[in-house]
Design a protein around this ligand. Structure first.
Ligand SMILES: N[C@@H](CCC(=O)N[C@@H](CS)C(=O)NCC(=O)O)C(=O)O
Length: 331
């Protein structure tokens, strides 16, 4: 007895939609109108405080390769020359454990969940990366990337290879903080708002804001090498980790498809400029990033098929960003 295709389709649609909503509510909480709501980071201590003094080989950074937030911390660690000061562990995105898996971790933990619970007994919140971990007291110092990068920039300067490289210079902070706010809401978190939108209206709003900001940033970068002038700052690192994933992942998987970064004259050169800075490309295993995103975010890509994506050699192509006139004026 043949099942009428219409019935089959309607049933599959009904069941899949219900399942999808359930999976999405675990993966990405949303407000009643379907907008993705990022959960506030829970651990907000500072290295340099009495409780967590700056010491070499005391802290370990847990990252995941796919994660753009964790990637900020990995780049800052390298650019400050902290490889021998702050240890690094890479967690693996694993759908079978429903989160981040750890392999041969010095704490004995087998997942980020176990690590969070080791740091705080009974912890039941989100177990995200990055985490700055105190290996001496077995506590989480901080799990907010925006704060960890500020700490890595200045708290360990006594032990850093490049203490003079200030990625958060005092005079540029007001302008940088203002830009960070815009970039966070519309680009860094904006791509997630597109990908994790649960309604058409939520997606439309996020996608429009995303491309408005990208257009604006492209214009801004027409007369200055970096966002705040001729000096690379944390502001650029924060933008970079979203841009480097954009054409490879967000354009397809998160439906951020109005334009690709390689279609923007200035953003495209800017992206390659930062990618080609010494030490940066080693933090960007592009094919792994693409594979982990497309396989670990199952509700967005149930088939598990990984698209071809942009030819990653293009990120190595020459750019002429260093010839730009110095202009940190914001007029
Ligand atoms: N606010 C955090 C966000 C970090 C974050 O969302 N990390 C994701 C990976 S990209 C994660 O680990 N999610 C797991 C979860 O939320 O359970 C930060 O910027 O450090």
């Amino acid at each position: 007895m043949a099942v009428p295709p219409k019935f089959l389709i309607q049933t599959a649609q009904f069941v899949w939609h219900r399942l999808w909503q359930t999976l999405m509510s675990q993966l990405a909480p949303s407000d009643p109108t379907g907008n993705f709501q990022r959960v506030e980071s829970q651990f907000r201590h500072w290295v340099g405080s009495e409780q967590f003094p700056a010491e070499p080989n005391r802290y370990r950074l847990y990252i995941g390769l796919t994660c753009p937030w964790a990637h900020r911390t990995a780049i800052t660690r390298i650019l400050k020359g902290l490889e021998d000061v702050v240890d690094l562990s890479v967690a693996i995105a694993d759908v079978s454990v429903g989160g981040w898996r750890l392999e041969n971790d010095p704490t004995g933990c087998r997942s980020m969940k176990e690590l969070y619970q080791l740091g705080q007994a009974g912890y039941s919140g989100r177990c995200s990366v990055p985490v700055l971990w105190d290996c001496q007291t077995y506590q989480i110092v901080n799990n907010e990337s925006a704060e960890i990068i500020v700490m890595l920039n200045d708290a360990f300067n006594r032990f850093a290879k490049f203490p003079e490289r200030d990625l958060y210079p005092e005079p540029l902070r007001p302008e940088g903080d203002r830009l960070n706010d815009l970039i966070y809401h519309t680009v860094n978190n904006g791509v997630y708002k597109c990908g994790f939108a649960r309604t058409q209206a939520a997606y439309d709003q996020a996608a429009t804001a995303l491309f408005q900001t990208l257009d604006q940033l492209d214009q801004r970068l027409g007369d200055r090498r970096y966002l705040l002038g001729d000096q690379l700052t944390l502001c650029d690192i924060r933008l970079f980790t979203t841009l480097i994933r954009f054409d490879l992942v967000y354009h397809g998987l998160f439906k951020c498809d109005r334009r690709r970064i390689c279609d923007y004259k200035n953003l495209w050169g800017y992206l390659r400029d930062i990618y080609q800075l010494p030490g940066v490309s080693a933090t960007c295993p592009l094919k792994t990033i693409q594979q982990e995103y497309y396989t670990s975010l199952f509700p967005l890509n149930p088939s598990g098929i990984i698209p071809l994506g942009i030819d990653i050699h293009r990120f190595q192509s020459p750019h002429d960003r260093h010839t730009l006139a110095i202009n940190s004026d914001d007029s």
